[in-house]
Design a protein around this ligand. Sequence first.
Ligand code: TPP
Ligand code: MG
Length: 583
Amino acid sequence: MRGKQPVHQNGNGHARGGSPFRGTKQLGRASVSPFPASMPMGQFLFEYLHRRGVRHSFGVPGDFALPTFAWLEKSRIKSVTMTHEPGAGFAADAYSRLNGIGLVCVTYCVGGLNVLNSIAGAYAEKSPVVVVSGAPGRTDREKDPLLHHKVKTFETQRRVYDEVTVASAVLLEEERAASEIVRCVEACLRHKRPVYIEVPYDMVDREIPTLHATPSPAPQSDPQTLAASLDEALGLLRGAKKPVLLAGVELHRFGLSDIAIRLAERLNIPIAADLLSKSAVPENHPLYLGVYGGAMSSDAHTRHYVECSDCVLMLGNFITDMNLGIYTAKLDRSRTILATTEAIRVCYHRYEDVQFQDFLDGLSAAKLPRKQFKHPHPHEDPKPLSKRELTDPLTMKELLRIVGLHLDENCCVVSDVGDAIFGAIGIRTARRAEFIAPAYYLSMGFAVPASIGVEMANPSLRPIVLVGDGAFQMTGTELSTSVRLGLKPIVLVLNNEGYGTMRKIRDGSFNVISQWEYGKICDLVGGGAATRAATKGELDGAIRSAMGSNALRVIDVRLPRDDMSPQLTSMSAELARLRNVKK
Ligand SMILES: Cc1ncc(C[n+]2csc(CCOP(=O)(O)OP(=O)(O)O)c2C)c(N)n1
Ligand SMILES: [Mg+2]
């Protein structure tokens, strides 16, 4: 997380190794006390997670999970009980994005399968969440009885989770338990993707041996392949007149944004972000162009520059339909370098066995000529509101401008799905602010619970939650957890009376939702204060007052039913065309 260090900064710093065993006999250093030769399973699990950077857990207990929760409570990790498991998953996802690793603790199937969608999103968008699920006991499994919460077999939940994780384990053997825990947690950190650990309730108190549980060494680049990939990439970069860096989300996840920014500065080339990586680069950086995503780009200049560039250096980008503006992006492979943690592609060649950071380090260490770039549209601070416009009715475009006016380096914009996420592409701010959104997987209900994860990961961040009325109805009640924890999100409910995004693609009675008095949520959850805003002046005043407060604020933002952001206008036209729908 770039300039601002999370209070418990840990996970991102571990991207290249580090060991929870430092100080043990294996590594021979002396700063951290070694694990004893054997420990109760639950104690080892949470102590190991703590040493790898987990400080908070989000979840809901259940009878099979209570013995595990008892160990969690005794550990150095703070447990946060949420109102519903999907919220726990979204909170843990956001926490993991900022902290480098996070934890969700749930019970068997009713809890584990309830949080599955959130974990699927974490997998899709590379967020390192550890899922710990309580489960029926080892002895329960012997005769295969019909136990409550069981679906088909005792293996069902683990098998479902194999689809959304990079490693999974059921801790049924004392001898292997510690190494299984280490294997899963290290895989989570290495791949920045979720893992699943199932803990049978009659195993969690048992003593397990710990000493042979050492992490496997980090994979290394093949030196020749690394040299060949660098050779080709540097040739392209040296010869190009108008290269551009397209920063991807992996730079953020692996803590490599600053290396990439320094590379662009040394080359004097512009930097664009994509929808997933918005804020991986500070938007007030002198080389920053804007968000590129074909027709969904933040502005025509950014789109034009990237599409006319003779070398697009893509670092850590996901090639998704959303990032490519529903396939409206024009990125020709003959002038593209795409480096990710999966592989390095230079023009038409694909190089395996090259570590992303080694490639980035290689580019950074190489001699490269400075290019002639002069920013065609240098950054301007967003225009303040004039007196004349204070009584104008709000539109999404203006809402985003007004939000941009208030953001500072302590803000973290957390966007939900709907126009909140597309419109957020267009937010420009004078300072550096965080931006978190499920910008690829696009699961509604993310933002309110995610804001809890944001504040727990870094209490100095103020979440600015942009959430549609439909998405708010899914998980908005999680504000009750925010109030209980004394958190202070500013929640803008973008109230356009229903599923606006869907209405633009295809309208029908299925897009109608109940109208709520959103401000009354504060009475329900017993904290915070609410206002309504229908004009530019009212919104500006409401955000200013919220920024000056130190508690939950909910703003019911009244938007015209048919209004939408410029980004959603072009996106929905593309989607309607692709889905072959007459508008
Ligand atoms: C969990 C989930 N269910 C359904 C969808 C499909 N979906 C995408 S946007 C949307 C409507 C969102 O409505 P709202 O939150 O009010 O935002 P708006 O589109 O009005 O800006 C729906 C139903 C989804 N992305 N995620
Ligand atoms: Mg809506």
